[in-house]
Design a protein around this ligand. Structure first.
Ligand SMILES: NC(=O)c1ccc[n+]([C@@H]2O[C@H](COP(=O)([O-])OP(=O)(O)OC[C@H]3O[C@@H](n4cnc5c(N)ncnc54)[C@H](OP(=O)(O)O)[C@@H]3O)[C@@H](O)[C@H]2O)c1
Length: 212
């Protein structure tokens, strides 16, 4: 597939580039910096673009089979910028006539019980709240765009650089926890989950939780 990857220079983004290339996809990786992070591969090109600008998204997405987002707000920007990003991406995809979008979201909106979201639990870290709220708002915006074949894929509660084990679990709209009740996934395995969904289309129009 010819894939446009938004946020390719980021922490999850770099691992997603590797996963996509190893599976034979061609990747256009974008960020504002346009950084290629030293990746030297005939099937990879790094280009600059602003994901809050629908014109940039339309220009960049044209000619691609699908768009994968691993965008995240910078530390010096308000978390709400995520909603501007998803609106611009939706607009840009429509204009580019690309209808497949795999979006990296947040775990905060996942259910931990019948009536309870992770973000509403007592021990949800206060410092994560703004970005978690913005990610939930981004999801709400996405649900209004059912003309696109979108999937909103959330990491586990904790995601860090780690091992590529090749095994993970998913759950629709639910936080995935292991036998000890911990919710964790490595960035490498999360990249696998993104690319699996891109290739298999198992969870179109779904908020998917991931973890072990
Ligand atoms: N447990 C959870 O729910 C959880 C935990 C961690 C992360 N996440 C989500 O995963 C996503 C990615 O996380 P990460 O740690 O990989 O983020 P990151 O390392 O900060 O990477 C963000 C990427 O987005 C790009 N970017 C930011 N603003 C942009 C803009 N306006 N236009 C184009 N590109 C832009 C950055 O490059 P430039 O700055 O050069 O533009 C970078 O490539 C985030 O959405 C985050 O919320 C969820």
């Amino acid at each position: 597939m010819n894939v446009l990857l938004l946020g390719a220079s980021g922490r999850i983004g770099q691992r997603t580039v590797t996963e996509l290339l190893n599976r034979g996809h061609a990747v256009t990786g974008t960020s504002r910096s346009g950084a290629g992070n030293g990746i030297d591969d005939d099937e990879f090109v790094a280009v600059s673009g602003d994901a809050t600008n629908p014109d940039d998204i339309a220009r960049l997405a044209t000619g691609h089979d699908a768009v994968v987002s691993v965008l995240g707000p910078s530390d010096d920007e308000p978390a709400e910028i995520l909603t501007g990003m998803i609106s611009a991406v939706i607009d840009g995809l429509r204009r580019a006539d690309v209808d497949r979008l795999v979006w990296t979201g947040g775990a905060g909106g996942l259910r931990v019980g019948p009536e309870t979201l992770l973000i509403d639990t007592d021990d949800f870290p206060e410092e994560w709240e703004p970005v978690a709220r913005a990610a939930i708002e981004a999801y709400d915006i996405l649900t209004e765009a059912d003309d696109l074949e979108w999937t909103y894929v959330a990491p586990a509660a904790l995601i860090e650089p780690g091992e590529r084990t090749g095994s993970y679990r998913t759950a629709e709209r639910e936080l995935v926890t292991d036998e000890e009740g911990d919710s964790y996934i490595s960035m490498e395995d999360f990249a696998i989950a993104l690319v699996d969904e891109l290739e298999e289309n198992n969870a179109v129009h779904t908020y998917l939780g991931t973890g072990y």
